[in-house]
Design a protein. Structure first.
Length: 220
């Protein structure tokens, strides 16, 4: 990819401005909400099949953390190569697509898939990987990108990354509480997941708009 094409794909973060910086921070909070909100939804998909015991929860938590770990790693490489709002939009759209795929799988194909696995522990891990790992990997990619979008001075790296991870963690906390105590008792898992996917698509449109705004500020 040429330098010109790369610039066209991702506007440089230094041209973002205060308004776009606020969008990055807001996205860190909202994606944090969706990330662990979906973890609670995933528990509602898996516990009817495997029970709500400690083994089920240990599997869900470990796969969620593994997905985020992989996402941080991959996202770090992509953030250095394509440091712009175009990548942010792509991450959100992919995450929305994976969430919608999880809705489809939970409606019957998941049970058919695990029906051919004789060992219950293996079936539990296979189900958790299919439902949780892909969307969490993609959602995890946003965190290093957010740091890259906001970082202008290497001397501020600790402050910027620490602040963003704090905001994202706040979103995690709110996502767990709201999803568990408000959304799950009133809405089904499919409706919640569709709502999460829709919010990601709308957020992706905002990122595409931000890309145009940031790109308009490029020197000619």
């Amino acid at each position: 990819m040429t330098e010109e094409a790369r610039d066209d794909f991702a506007a440089a973060p230094a041209r973002a401005g205060a308004g776009l910086a606020l969008l990055v921070v807001f996205d860190a909070a909202t994606l944090g909400f969706v990330t662990l909100g979906f973890e609670m939804v995933a528990s509602r998909i898996l516990t009817p099949l495997f029970g709500s015991g400690i083994y089920t929860w240990a599997t869900i938590i470990s796969i969620v953390v593994a997905g985020l770990m992989a996402g941080y790693f991959v996202g770090g490489f992509l953030a250095d190569r394509y440091p712009g709002f175009g990548l942010a939009a792509l991450i959100k759209l992919l995450a929305a697509a994976y969430l919608l795929g999880g809705v489809f799988l939970s409606s019957g194909p998941l049970e058919a898939m695990i029906g051919g696995i004789g060992d219950e522990t293996a079936a539990l891990f296979a189900s958790g990987i299919v439902i949780c790992f892909p969307p969490l990997l993609v959602l995890g990619m946003y965190s290093p990108l957010a740091v890259r979008l906001l970082l202008r001075d290497p001397g501020d790296a600790g402050k910027v990354s620490g602040g963003l991870f704090a905001v994202s963690s706040l979103g995690n906390i709110v996502g767990i509480i709201v999803t568990t105590f408000a959304l799950i008792p009133t809405l089904g898992t499919r409706a919640i997941t569709l709502g999460f996917a829709t919010s990601l698509v709308l957020s992706a449109l905002l990122s595409l708009g931000a890309r145009l705004i940031a790109g308009a500020g490029r020197p000619t």
